[in-house]
Design a protein around this ligand. Structure first.
Ligand SMILES: NC(=O)c1ccc[n+]([C@@H]2O[C@H](COP(=O)([O-])OP(=O)(O)OC[C@H]3O[C@@H](n4cnc5c(N)ncnc54)[C@H](OP(=O)(O)O)[C@@H]3O)[C@@H](O)[C@H]2O)c1
Length: 318
């Protein structure tokens, strides 16, 4: 554990320490051989995750990073050498809010002289697909933010998050579903050859942020594409079956069937549907490979099989 209070060490301000990505960033930096001061932001310092980090030497600060709170953001970023910013689109489903909040954070980080702004962005699917898939707002908004950050003048790195491995264990539309004969089917509106950069996010996302900070190959202007393993959905299902010992097969289903199976409001389900179809046609990272981004990690990432082995599937495959 190398979290230090020594003022000669760089101060990293991490948004979302109680979440998957922010928590992973703090853990990776704490395990680095380099010393860091870490300030972690949350709206609720009493959350167990916030308290645990405070006990490990993180300066935990309460702030709500809404676009009308530029003063709070400026104070939270004050003195930072580096900031890490993630949003939680799924909490409000409002792309305009997401974009406005991060633009404000970029502006405030610039005002206080942050030397590196690390952003958890995604591709603009509407742009890459030339308008074919217009409804994936959680990607499109992040793409717009990336453009803004790149032109803002602040040193800016985009560390895109891969596909959360946990989606297949947590999301109703993606979990394997029990059939009348006792077997399971994992059904998606895409073919089994669809390739995904699967990431055990809480375990490994932070390694890539650490790499962006510490590796000379990255840094200002660069892009880091995170992935524990690039693997097809068909292979994921085969490995899940083999490791758990359950009969699980993959099935391609129609769009309407998938929309209904998600259990989500139609507009939200449409985001998920279009994102999957985009991944099949263009690739999650729009055809860019993840090899270079995996080259200088401090330790190996978990593969899909590692994730399956470390997950309790008993209630999901009951
Ligand atoms: N599922 C996927 O496959 C996937 C793939 C790539 C990217 N993503 C993206 O990942 C993002 C979610 O990241 P995550 O998994 O780390 O989320 P998470 O686990 O839900 O955590 C969100 C964090 O953001 C903080 N936060 C939210 N609103 C805030 C506000 N107004 N002020 C201050 N802090 C705030 C929360 O802090 P407190 O609650 O403690 O205040 C929490 O720590 C989404 O935008 C999603 O689009 C998901």
């Amino acid at each position: 554990m190398t979290i230090t209070q020594d003022s000669s060490a760089p101060l990293i301000v991490v948004v979302g320490i109680t979440g998957n990505q922010g928590g992973s960033v703090v853990n990776a930096l704490a395990e680095s051989s380099k010393p860091y001061r870490i300030r972690g932001l949350t709206r609720d310092v009493n959350k167990p995750a916030a308290q645990e980090f405070a006990a490990k030497g993180v300066e935990v600060v309460a702030v709500s990073l809404t676009s009308d709170n530029a003063t709070g953001a400026r104070e939270a970023f004050n003195g930072a050498d580096i900031t890490f910013v993630v949003t939680n689109y799924w909490e409000h489903l409002d792309v305009n809010r997401e974009v406005a909040e991060v633009k404000m954070l970029i502006d405030q980080a610039k005002t206080v002289g942050v030397k590196l702004f690390i952003w958890s962005g995604l591709e603009s699917i509407i742009k890459v697909s030339k308008g074919k898939y217009p409804n994936v707002h959680h990607f499109n908004g992040k793409g717009e933010i990336t453009e803004y950050g790149r032109h803002s003048g602040i040193p800016f790195v985009n560390v895109q998050s891969g596909w959360y491995a946990s989606n297949f264990a947590k999301l109703d539309g993606m979990k394997p579903k029990k059939q009348a004969d006792g077997s399971f089917v994992l059904a998606l509106p895409v073919g089994p050859q669809t390739l995904l950069p699967v990431l055990d996010t809480p375990h490994d996302y932070g390694l890539f942020v650490q790499e962006a900070i510490e590796s000379p190959e990255f840094g200002a202007g660069s892009e880091v594409l995170t992935s524990g393993e690039d693997i097809t959905v068909g292979d994921m299902v085969s490995q899940l079956a083999e490791i758990t010992g359950k009969k699980i097969t993959f099935a391609r289903i129609g769009d309407e069937e998938f929309l209904a199976a998600t259990g989500l409001p139609r507009s939200v389900a449409l985001e998920v549907l279009e994102s999957l179809k985009y991944h099949e046609e263009w690739g999650y990272y729009a055809g860019k490979t993840t090899d270079a981004s995996r080259r200088h990690l401090a330790r190996p990432t978990r593969t899909w099989a590692d994730f399956v082995k470390s997950t309790n599937w008993s209630s999901i495959l009951a």
